[in-house]
Design a protein around this ligand. Structure first.
Ligand code: KE4
Length: 424
């Protein structure tokens, strides 16, 4: 059973997991040890099958073990795993990224979203010769010291929005503001504008569940960065190729100076990327003075998975089909909850969705998210797990649907939700 695997894992791995949010810390019980996955399903080490709405936290947009992706990765592996030298696969993925995200004129591959955001911030500081960065409460940009300030995702889940080990010197140059607080954002720039190197923002916040920007919020970021010559970084590690083919920036029509990518861009392999305006990116070594490097950056297997994934998400109707499936799910949840008098809000964009146990409508702030009913979430999470439905073990994470999810999958999930809500 998973309990035995967990006991064994904890003897050699802190908390038995290689990333905290996987530990089921906020929902209780033992994490499910996954043995395999295919399409919309994951299979546990003890043989249970679940319909999966985590998708490895976003990367598996085509579905698990997509035959085209696996085949390309296998062929790449047979030619060697890593060379530490340039390969044409890196150029091919870079060209794909630049073609799909027009604001990206030059792009550098790394091996995680954390590396992407960490590097983008160093680049913004080097380009502007300024120290301050501005992030938003509840947003998560990976675990680099300067970004573990009022962070979301696992940090928020575990109630540690900061972190031990981050010295004051690393945190002192990080300013924070509430997501969607336009007045607060203007005040911060009025006070610090000429020292702010960059804003880093999730254009749709996906690490305090899923929070949309208000109509003016992203535009005001762009206006203030232009006014103060600060760099606007959209962290699209989660939203990139997830909410739309061109990411959130293509939905809202706001052009950032830099974009960070992860998750989908690697199709399940360890790939991240940062890119943007040529005149900024040319400050990156070896062209410029901002150092950034990585032994496995541009790894051939990661490039193979990314190329195949970014190729197939361009299929006609891929995103409309994805959003139709996500809409079917969230509308099914809302109807099921209403039938049983369970306060629930839910929304989606592309293949990403958020579900909130709250009677407040228009959940558009960190404060509203933290007022959601955590006990209801735990009851939902555990009940759904018992019914073969695998959701993120945290009330502060978004959910994901893949191109492999079928109406039968989603209708089965909705039936399971009806059965769970009947127990509320
Ligand atoms: P990674 O270093 O985990 O590849 O990416 C960090 C990151 C950066 N930016 C955004 C917007 C992100 O969502 C993430 C990572 N997302 C979390 C899930 N919300 C990863 C899951 C985990 O930490 O295990």
């Amino acid at each position: 059973m998973s309990t035995d695997y967990f006991v064994q894992a904890k003897k050699v791995i802190p908390g038995g997991v290689n990333s905290p949010v996987r530990a089921f810390g906020s929902v209780g019980g033992t994490p499910v040890f996954i043995a395999s996955a295919s399409g919309s399903k994951v299979t546990s080490q003890d043989g249970r099958v679940f319909t999966d709405y985590v998708g490895s936290w976003g990367p598996m947009i085509l579905g698990h073990a997509d035959k085209r992706v696996v085949s390309r990765v296998r062929r790449a592996a047979e030619r060697g795993l890593s060379f530490g030298a340039p390969t044409i696969g890196e150029t091919e993925l870079a060209e794909l990224i630049c073609s799909l995200v027009p604001s990206i004129e030059r792009v550098r591959m790394v091996s995680s979203g954390t590396e992407a955001t960490m590097s983008a911030i160093r680049l913004a500081r080097g380009y502007t010769d300024r120290p301050l960065l501005l992030k938003f409460t509840g947003c998560y940009h990976g675990h680099a010291d300067a970004l573990l300030i009022k962070a979301g995702s696992g940090a928020l889940t575990l109630g540690i929005p900061g972190s031990a080990g981050v010295p004051a010197g690393a945190a002192q140059d990080t300013l924070t503001c509430d997501f969607n607080d336009v007045d607060g954002l203007r005040e911060v720039f009025a006070k610090y504008g000429d020292r702010i190197a960059c804003i880093i923002a999730e254009p749709i916040a996906g690490n305090m569940n899923m929070i949309f920007p208000t109509p003016e919020f992203l535009g005001v970021m762009r206006e203030l960065c232009d006014q103060h010559n600060s760099v606007l970084i959209f962290d699209e590690v989660m939203t990139g190729f997830r909410v739309a083919l061109g990411g959130a920036q293509s939905v809202y029509g706001i052009t950032p100076d830099l974009t960070t990518l992860g998750k989908v861009v690697g199709g399940g392999m360890p790939v991240g990327a940062f890119g943007g305006r040529r005149n900024i990116m040319e400050h990156v070594a070896p062209l410029g003075p901002v150092y950034q490097a990585g032994t496995l950056s541009g790894n051939p297997l990661g490039m193979a998975a990314g190329i195949e994934t970014l190729t197939h998400i361009q299929a006609p109707d891929f995103y409309s089909d994805l959003e139709n499936m996500a809409s079917r799910l969230v509308n099914g949840f809302k109807d099921a909850a209403a039938q049983h008098g369970v306060p629930l809000q839910a929304h989606c964009m592309g293949g990403m969705f958020g579900v909130f146990f709250s009677d407040e409508d228009n959940i558009n702030s960190y404060a509203k998210v933290t007022r959601c009913n955590l006990e209801h979430f735990k009851q939902f999470f555990r009940g759904m797990l018992e019914r073969g439905q695998y959701f993120a073990p945290s009330a502060y994470e978004a959910g994901f649907i893949s191109g492999a999810h079928t109406k039968a999958d989603v209708d089965g999930t909705i039936e399971a939700a009806k059965s769970v809500f009947a127990t509320f």
